[in-house]
Structure formats: structure tokens, C-alpha cells
Ligand binder design. Structure first.
Ligand SMILES: [Zn+2]
Length: 489
């Protein structure tokens, strides 16, 4: 085992899904705009004399995230100017928050380990520079300039690449549950960074030199970059090299982190209070109002699904990864309970609900992934889906027929009982009819009957197959087996 231990802090930026930008009335289109520089005005392009007006919705969103993570929402908060010049930031400074952020001190549970949240604050996003190939000029698009950006910083509690990835995944789920952001990493709506240092056994945990790794644009890359960086730093330290404090980026082609620039300290930003926006005050009543708006969060939902529906931990986890999938499952479950109440369903509710979980996670999810469809756009309503589950659980159709019905429902959105009738898929359970079918098969297969009576147990399977074929797969296999055994006594 290495004598060096990694210490990792995460920094996540996330664009908030508000209607307008952070300090002006421009539309916040989340990158949906078709042309450059269409959602711009004097404020977000930094014209002299333009005055910023903070977006209440964006502030509320960040406070909501804070409460969902068990943080303290500060009663007083203010904006500050963070000075740096880039062409995509025409003002020459970014409005951010320095020493009085909106939210502080919370935690997130990642597989039983606590990752402490240091702070969550509000700032504005920058524009985007482009460098067209083969030209000697740059272009700047300010559509994104001034989009509300949340920044979340953790304590250095993360210890591995896998944990870093899981932290980011869980944060994305929370942001989506709260409906404050789509947090799509591919679209740059959520951007993760990791600050990584190593300390030697016996020394102070924070004694190592911190390296910041940026441009981690997928969960997989978060994990790979952290794993790579731990290895790089360990090898450097073990061979007596010094770690340089710097910013590194992930190079997908080379599968390694590469140096980008040496890191400015906070001092270089020359933070000072934003003179155009007065400090903000939030009272208890306001904060409690936000707390009351919080929906059931993923962990609580998972726990409830296990308790209420008797689902396994894994199924409950899978079903709650996506809030809309969880809603779909619950609506199908309530249809199952309805059918039971009305007497249309005679089986056990728990079994049918379990079946619904299986079918959603295996069959439905396969369709959704293959066709890139969101569960909200599914043609099969949860009510029709729940009804199909009661039909399967009651043994009215067998599992291969169920697959066929589900496929038809997926394409047409029809209701299961009509499809079963139309396609004549109902399971044959009429023992009179089945007895006739069995007798005919026995008469036609004297050799197999003989074999069975002479102790060849397998012969009964062959006979069973013949009955199923004769009934076009619709016979209830259990009933057929019972009749066969009775006849062959
Ligand atoms: Zn604007």
C-alpha cells in the first residue's frame, strides 16, 4: 500500500434553469438559441452605466439546493466583484460571492460516507469564445453571458475517483429532483472540477500541494481524471519530485491530465463588494417557505419504495435514479391497487407491484434507451401498464404473450385488454379444452408415453412442448403439466 493518501475537494458549477438571466431580463435559453448574440442587452454585455438587478428565482433555486443538502441558508448575503479579464467577460469582472455566500455547511451521503458541503453561492456565467480554424481572429458569443450559475464547493472529504464520480452523479440527481437545472454535463450545464492533493502518512491531511483538474465533462471523465491524478502525484512524490500548484485539464486523446496554467490565488481576483447591488436579507419565514417547497428527495424516496412496496434496495435505487421513472412506477402501482379494490384483479398486489418494477427496469428501460425516449413521452400510460401487470400476475396471459402485448402497447399506446383480445393472446386455462388437447397429443405420441412410463422423465417435457405448440403457446403451462401427470399415472 502507498504511504500517500489522496485528499479531494469537489467544485461544481451548474447553470440554473430560470426564465431570465441573472442580472437582466434577457431570456435564459440554456443553449437552445440558434444564432450567436441574440439574447443580449447592455447589462449582460457589460456596457458602461448598465445596472444589474438580481434574479430572485435564481437565488431561490440556490437556496433550495442548499436546504436539500442540509445546509444553512444565510440570513444575510451579498454579491462581490471578482476581477479578471477575458474576452468572453466584457465587463472585466464577474459578479460572484466571496465571503457571504447564500448557503453554507451541509453534507451529502455517498454510500454511507459523508461529504461535507462548504458553501453554495451564486454567480453569472461567461460568454463563449470561438477560434475559427485557419483564421487569425476570435469570435465571441455572449448568449451565455449572465446566465445564473451556481457554484458548490465541498470540503476535501472525497478519497477516490469512484467516490468523486458518485458525488457528482448524486448532485445531478438532486438538482433534477428540485427542477432547478437539467444539469446535463454534455451541454455544459454542469461542470465539475476536482482539487487533489496527497499527504504522507503521519503528516497533516492538508499538507500536500493542491492541483486543480478542470474540463471534466462527463462522469466517466471525473473518475478517470481523479484516478490518473492520484497515480501521477503518487509516482512523482515517491521519486522525490515536488508537486507544482497548477490547473490541469483532461486530455481525452492521451487519457491523462495535462498542465494548463499555474493557479492564481484568491488574492489575484481582487474581490470587493459589488457596489451596484445592496446586501440581501432573508428572514426565517422566507427560508421556511422554501423548505416547505422541497419535494421528496432521492434517498427518502428509495427508502420509502423499499418500505411501502417491499422492493429490493437495488430496485428501489434504480427506480429513483430518475424522478419521472419513479413517478411512473408509483402511478402504475396505484392502478394495481385500484384494480384490486374493484375486484378486477384477484392476485396479490405486492407481487404485481414487484412485477411492475421488474418490467419497468428490464423491458421498458430497454425500449427507452434504444430509442432515446424520455419516460414522460412514453405512449404506454402508467394506468395501462399497471393493468397489464395485473393481467400477467393473474396468469391471464403467459410471459411470452406479455412481451408481445407490451411491444404493441409501446408502438400504439393501446390498452392491454383490447390488444390481448385482438391478437387472441389470452391464456387458455379451460381445463376441458386443455384435457382434449392433451389427450390428442398423448394419442399421437405413443412412443413418448411409453418412454415416460419406462422411467424417462424427460419425455414429459417433450409432450408438454407438443401441447403448447398445439395451443399456439396460449395454454397455461401449469395446468397442462397437471393434466399430463394425471393422465400418465
Ligand atoms: Zn441581458
Amino acid at each position: 500500500m502507498s504511504k500517500y493518501t489522496p485528499v479531494i475537494g469537489m467544485e461544481v458549477h451548474c447553470e440554473m434553469k430560470t426564465r431570465s438571466k441573472m442580472f437582466c431580463a434577457c431570456k435564459n435559453d440554456m443553449g437552445l438559441e440558434k444564432a450567436p448574440n441574440v439574447n443580449i442587452c447592455p447589462v449582460c454585455t457589460g456596457q458602461p452605466g448598465a445596472l444589474p438587478t438580481p434574479n430572485r428565482e435564481a437565488i431561490r433555486f440556490v437556496q433550495k439546493v442548499g436546504l436539500a443538502l442540509g445546509c444553512r441558508v444565510n440570513k444575510r448575503s451579498k454579491f462581490d466583484r471578482k476581477n479578471y479579464f477575458y474576452p468572453d467577460l466584457p465587463k472585466g469582472y464577474q459578479i460572484s460571492q466571496y465571503d457571504e455566500p447564500l448557503v453554507e455547511e451541509g453534507e451529502m451521503d455517498v454510500d454511507g460516507e459523508k461529504i461535507r458541503i462548504t458553501r453554495v453561492h451564486m454567480e453569472e456565467d461567461t460568454g463563449r469564445s470561438q477560434h475559427p480554424k485557419g483564421t487569425d481572429y476570435s469570435l465571441v458569443d455572449l448568449n451565455r453571458s449572465g446566465v445564473p450559475l451556481m457554484e458548490l464547493v465541498t470540503e476535501p472529504d472525497v478519497t477516490s475517483g469512484e467516490q468523486a464520480k458518485k458525488f457528482c452523479q448524486k448532485l445531478q440527481r438532486i438538482l433534477r429532483y428540485l427542477e432547478v437545472s437539467d444539469a446535463d454535463m454534455e451541454k455544459g450545464q454542469m461542470r465539475c472540477e476536482a482539487n487533489i492533493s496527497l499527504y504522507k502518512e503521519g503528516e497533516d491531511k492538508l499538507s500536500g500541494t493542491k492541483v486543480e483538474v478542470k474540463n471534466l465533462n462527463s462522469f466517466k471523465v471525473v473518475e478517470k481524471a481523479v484516478v490518473y491524478e492520484i497515480k501521477r502525484q503518487t509516482e512523482a512524490l515517491e521519486s522525490g519530485e515536488k508537486i507544482v500548484q497548477e490547473t490541469r485539464g483532461w486530455d481525452e486523446g492521451r487519457q491523462e491530465t495535462v498542465s494548463q496554467r499555474s493557479k492564481e490565488s484568491a488574492h489575484d481576483y481582487r474581490y470587493f463588494p459589488e457596489p451596484d447591488i445592496p446586501p440581501m436579507e432573508f428572514d426565517e419565514e422566507y427560508i421556511e417557505g422554501i423548505r416547505r417547497e422541497l419535494p421528496e428527495m432521492p434517498d427518502a424516496k428509495k427508502e420509502r419504495f423499499q418500505r411501502e412496496y417491499g422492493l429490493s434496495g437495488d430496485h428501489a435505487e434504480q427506480l429513483t435514479l430518475d424522478k419521472h421513472m419513479a413517478v411512473y412506477f408509483e402511478r402504475s402501482a396505484s392502478e394495481i391497487y385500484e384494480k384490486k379494490k374493484s375486484g378486477e384483479f384477484t392476485g396479490e398486489e405486492k407481487k404485481a407491484v414487484q412485477l411492475a418494477a421488474n418490467y419497468i427496469l428490464a423491458e421498458l428501460r430497454k425500449y427507452l434507451v434504444e430509442d432515446g425516449v424520455d419516460i414522460r413521452d412514453l405512449k404506454i400510460t402508467p394506468e395501462n401498464f399497471g393493468e397489464l401487470m395485473t393481467i400477467v400476475a393473474d396468469g391471464k396471459i403467459n410471459s411470452s404473450a406479455a412481451q408481445a402485448v407490451l411491444e404493441e402497447m409501446y408502438h400504439s399506446g393501446g390498452d392491454p385488454s383490447h390488444i390481448i383480445e385482438e391478437k387472441d393472446l389470452a391464456q387458455m386455462d379451460d381445463s376441458g379444452v386443455l384435457k382434449d388437447a392433451v389427450d390428442k397429443v398423448l394419442a399421437d405420441n405413443e412412443k413418448s408415453v411409453e418412454d415416460y412410463k419406462n422411467g424417462k422423465e424427460n419425455a414429459i417435457k417433450y409432450l408438454m412442448g407438443q401441447v403448447m405448440a398445439a395451443t399456439k403457446g396460449k395454454a397455461n403451462p401449469q395446468t397442462v403439466m397437471e393434466i399430463l401427470k394425471e393422465r400418465l399415472l
